[in-house]
Design a protein around this ligand. Structure first.
Ligand code: G3P
Length: 214
């Protein structure tokens, strides 16, 4: 499972790129707004920081507008992937973009049916939202598991990005689903390296080393 960062904050991305763990990045209009900068400013910077895919979302809700935005976004850098909402107009846009060789990430996916529709329209990636399903009492991880299983069953090459990840449990559970990618917010990524026994063990090693010098 590859690690993507789910943020538009360039400093945060640079920090985890230095750790060697981040392959790609996903953004959306909410994350761009949170960064305090514009999409036009941050996407080129992010695309230069990571070697893998960088998702930038369209804001049009009809096909022609989405396609126009997508063509511009795809020109920013070779690793830009266009994020398209999972609605009928979005599917039409994905079909056109896929024929043009522009990679797409169909977002706001909440069901197996939506995932299949996106894949058949030609999506490169689909993003089921785990946390938002959990919020309404459903099981987001189970949806990821089911999509991965079904895609494998039918030889569908569209990759699954587990999105709307809120905690370590989500990360560790989706690791067992076989999904190709998890896009993880910075706060959760920071928690992933931590374990109290690591800190305790290291403190003891340092103490024993100092004592051995006496
Ligand atoms: O990757 C999708 C993500 O940004 C949505 O997360 O926590 O707003 O449901 P959340």
């Amino acid at each position: 499972m590859k690690i993507f960062m789910d943020t538009a904050n360039v400093e945060e991305i640079a920090k985890f790129v230095d750790w060697g763990v981040v392959y790609g990045v996903t953004t959306n209009p909410s994350l761009i707004a949170k960064s305090g900068r514009t999409q036009a400013e941050v996407i080129p910077e992010i695309a230069a920081l990571v070697s893998g895919p960088v998702s930038a979302e369209v804001i049009s809700t009809e096909c022609a507008g989405m396609v126009e935005e997508a063509r511009k976004l795809a020109k920013i850098a070779g690793n830009v992937v266009v994020k398209i909402p999972c609605i009928p107009e979005g599917l039409k846009a994905v079909k056109i973009l896929s024929a043009e060789g522009i990679k797409t990430n169909v977002t706001l996916v909440f069901s197996m049916s939506q995932a299949l529709m996106a894949a058949r329209a030609g999506a490169t990636y689909v993003s089921p939202f785990i946390g938002r399903l959990d919020d309404i009492g459903e099981n987001g991880v189970q949806l990821v598991e089911n999509i991965v299983k079904a895609f494998k069953l039918y030889g569908i090459e569209t990759e699954v990005i587990a999105a709307s990840i809120r905690n370590l449990e989500h990360v560790e559970k989706v690791m067992l689903t076989g999904c190709q990618i998890a896009t993880i917010p910075t706060k959760v990524l920071e928690q992933m390296i931590k374990h109290p026994l690591t800190d305790k063990g290291l403190a003891q090693f340092m103490l024993d080393y100092q004592n051995s010098l006496k």
